[in-house]
Design a protein around this ligand. Structure first.
Ligand code: SAH
Length: 187
């Protein structure tokens, strides 16, 4: 069942909200699945910016995009998502996706870090247009630990409700620190 996978669940919610032809951001390229999804959603009139700090991720994403022969104008950027404001102007983004943690099949030591993740979320919220959304897949336990999850949830709890609606989903009956899907809607 597709809904049981966090990325599928997030894609369904994004698909239900997003317009074709927008500016979409994949803040964590990884193996490129979200980048391809965002390109397909954006279509030929849209634009996608994707970030990762690992060359391996950029190469995997480039390959996947070629296999899917997408028509979207895309930019694969080898830089941290905490610098996304160097590439995108304020108030321009329709959707920004984060999939935190480490690259599956890669080095578990090269993972997203609480301090830079918070800066990236903060900047991402500034880049969103009114009516735009941010989607975050947050992981914990195992090699990931709990610091990043705790920092992100604490940060989001304090966001002004008159500016943002924050929805935190829960895999309620699943053990072993299930991933947390989060959606932020900018008013
Ligand atoms: N945990 C997810 C996949 C996450 S991939 C899963 O299991 O499906 C996370 C990606 O974020 C990795 O490719 C990693 O290289 C990248 N990353 C780490 N720090 C980053 C940063 N500061 N900016 C952008 N990407 C970063």
């Amino acid at each position: 069942m597709k809904q049981s996978q966090i990325t599928h669940w997030c894609h369904e919610i994004i698909r239900s909200q997003a317009q074709k032809g927008g500016l979409y951001v994949d803040a964590t390229m990884g193996n490129g699945n979200d980048t391809v999804f965002l390109c397909e959603l954006a279509g030929g009139a849209g634009e996608v910016f994707a970030f990762d700090i690992q060359k391996q991720a950029v190469e995997a994403t480039q390959k996947l995009l070629e296999e899917h022969s997408v028509t979207t104008k895309y930019h694969l950027i080898l830089d941290g998502h905490e610098n996304m404001d160097h590439y995108i102007s304020e108030g321009k983004a329709d959707v920004i996706c984060f999939n935190f943690g480490y690259l599956p099949g890669g080095d578990h030591a090269i993972a997203t870090q609480a301090s830079t993740s918070i800066i990236a979320i903060q900047k991402g919220l500034e880049l969103l247009k009114s009516g735009g959304m941010m989607c975050l897949c947050v992981y914990s336990g195992g090699d990931t630990g709990f610091e990043e999850k705790d920092c992100i949830l604490n940060y989001l709890k304090e966001l002004a409700p008159r500016k943002y609606t924050v929805i935190v989903n829960q895999y309620f009956n699943r053990g072993n620190n299930p991933p947390i899907p989060i959606f932020i809607f900018k008013k």
